[in-house]
Design a protein around this ligand. Sequence first.
Ligand code: GLV
Ligand code: MN
Ligand code: MN
Length: 411
Amino acid sequence: MEELKKRIESHISALSQFTATPQKGTTRLTYSQEDLQARNYIKEKMKECGLAVREDGLGNIFGKLEGTIKDAPSVLVGSHFDSVPNGGSYDGPAGVVAGLEVAALFAQRKLKPKYPLEVIALIEEEGARFGGGLMGSRGMTGLLSEEDFKNLKDQDGISAEEAMVKIGLDPALPKIRDPKTMKAFLELHIEQGPILEEKNIPIGVVEAIVGLTQLDVTVAGLAGHAGTTPMDRRSDALVTAATIISQLPGLAAEEGEGTVITTGRLNVFPNGANVIPDKTVFTIDIRSGKEENVLNVIQKTKELIQSYNKDGIEITIDQPLYIQPKELSKDVRSLLKKKSGELGIPYCSINSGAGHDAMVFSDFTDVGLIFVPSKDGLSHCPEEWSDSHHLAQAVEILFETAKSLTEAEED
Ligand code: GLV
Ligand code: MN
Ligand code: MN
C-alpha cells in the first residue's frame, strides 16, 4: 500500500507540472503543448506496464493488455486528462493514474486476462477549449458526429483538426469504436463535493449521475460612445446579459429538488472601457438528478431570454450539450461493493452532481464509477486535493474488479 501511494503521488505530481498556469493551478487545454506533455507521459507509463499504445482520431489514448480469448471485448479503466482553466491536479488525472496503476498491478502479478484490459485517457471532458464537454467519449461513441467535430473551433477560431495536427495527432484515424469491443468501463474520480469527507468514508460507489445541459447564449446589440450616447438610446448587450443572468439562480431555486444553474463564462465585445458593448456571449449550465427539472428550467430560461429579444437586441441560443440523468450498471455497482467489502474498505452509495465520461459510456457498455473524498469538498480550483491513501484504496478496488471482469488468472 505504501509503495502504491508513493507511485500515485508521483504520477499526480508529474502530471500537475504540465500546466499553462504554473503556481495558479492546472490549465491543460485539449491539443495544447501541455496536453502533448501529459500525453507523452501517459503513453510512456503505459508502455512501462507492457501495454500496446494507440491513439484514435480524436486523440484519446488507449493502452491495451491483450486477453487470451481472441477478439474479446475489453474492460476499460481510466478517465480524462484535460482540465478546466486554473483547475486542480486530480479532476481527471486521478482516474487516469488509477488505470495506469491497475495495469501496473496486472504486470507485477503477471496476470493473464481472458478479456483484454485497456487503460484509457480521454480528451476534452471539461469542454474548456471547444465547448460542450465529454468530447472524447461522445466522439468515440458517435454521439458527436464527424461533421460536428469538423465544425468545432476554439475561442481564437482555431479548429479542433488544426489543433490536433499541430501536436502531431492524426484526425483522419478512426474515431468511432464499436460498442461490441467494450465489456465494461470503470472510472475512479474525486468526489468534488463534501459528502464523503463529512461522513469520513473513503469510497463512494456512484448510483446515478445528474442530467445536464449547456446553453451558449449570444446577445447582439449596438456599439456606441460611452460618453455621448443618451441612456434611452442604447442597445447595450452587456446590460441585457447581466439582467438575464441575475434572474437565472431564481429559476433553479424555484424548481428545487437540487436543481442548479450556473453562468461560468462571459465574454464581452469589444471589451473597451468607454465603448457600449455590442456583443456578449455567455454559457448557462443547468443540472438536476431528475430530467423533468432540467427540461422545465431550460424552458423557463428560454422564455426569459426571449422576453429580452427587442429594442435593438437580438439573442440566439445554441445547445452544445444535453445528457439525461444516468443510472449506472447495477451489476458493476454490486461487484465494486463486494470487492470493497472483501478488502475491508468502507464504502457508501452516492450520486454524482458532476458530469463524467462514465455517463456517456453507460448507454453503450456496463459502467462503474467510484469516488474518493475531496478535501473541503473543493474542485475545479487549484486547492483541489485528495488523499493518496484513499486513491490507493480505490485502485485496489478497481484492480480486484478489473481482475474479475477480465477473468484474469495467475501465470
Ligand atoms: C465536469 O467537471 C462537469 O461536471 O462539468
Ligand atoms: Mn471537471
Ligand atoms: Mn472530471
